[in-house]
Write a protein that binds this ligand. Structure first.
Ligand code: PRP
Length: 214
């Protein structure tokens, strides 16, 4: 029997991913959520699930350690890894935006200081506009940077908009919409075609039904 290793992004997508896997009869959600184990196997032996930081999902899949992964489009764009993306899953819907203090809009003259967890996305966005930027890479709580004067604006995720609003920031532009996606290693797509095809079909059937619909 062919076994697939699936990398699941920990954090904001994790519960939705496990719910989707459970509804597709691919994994028992409750056990996986309550455990701190970072790798679990399902009873059938068809799947092994590994739980990693979102930014590491493309790394595991691109290197073929995981055959597939579930991760946000934001992370895929940032990683620039060469991955197949056969399915949009309709979970973890959010936007990647440029935001600045509502009372101090970032000037487009001269060098702009941009704080972000997404240095590649930020550089590509401003580069395409011919705007010189200093990208200041942070690991989190990015909204603090313009408030404390570390940056003029941020490139970050917005889901409800609450973090922006609570820190006095407004959206300047939307760079991209993001939802969870299934990513697949190119070699696995060929060498484990039947198992990967069955996984895609099962997830697609669940994702296109009910709660998970786009
Ligand atoms: C993300 C993002 C924003 C926030 C947006 O951070 O970077 O800070 O969520 O959500 P909202 O629009 O619903 O308020 P995350 O929770 O991943 O934590 P982090 O800042 O530590 O990365």
């Amino acid at each position: 029997m062919t076994r697939l290793t699936i990398a699941v992004a920990k954090g904001r997508l994790q519960a939705g991913t496990l719910d989707l896997l459970a509804k597709s009869r691919l994994c028992e959600t409750r056990n996986a959520l309550s455990s701190r184990r970072l790798a679990i196997e399902d009873e059938s032996g068809r799947f092994r699930f590994i739980f990693v930081k979102p930014m590491d999902v493309p790394v595991y899949v691109a290197h073929g350690i995981a055959d597939c992964g579930v991760v946000g489009r934001d992370v895929i764009m940032e990683s620039e890894a060469d991955l197949l993306q056969p399915l949009t899953l309709g979970i973890g819907r959010c936007r990647i935006v440029v935001a600045a203090p509502a009372d101090r809009p970032a000037s487009s003259y001269g060098m702009l200081r941009v704080a972000t967890k997404y240095p590649h996305i930020a550089a590509a966005y401003f580069g395409a506009r011919g705007q010189p930027v200093e990208v200041i890479e942070l690991s989190g709580s990015v909204e603090l940077a313009p408030v404390l004067g570390l940056a003029d604006c941020i490139v970050d995720l917005v889901e409800t908009g609450r973090t922006l609003a609570d820190n006095g920031l407004s959206i300047v532009d939307v760079i991209a919409e993001s939802t969870g996606r299934l990513v697949v290693n190119r070699a696995s797509y060929q060498l484990k075609a039947k198992a990967v095809g069955e996984l895609i079909a099962a997830l697609e059937a669940t994702a296109s039904a009910g709660d998970f619909a786009e």
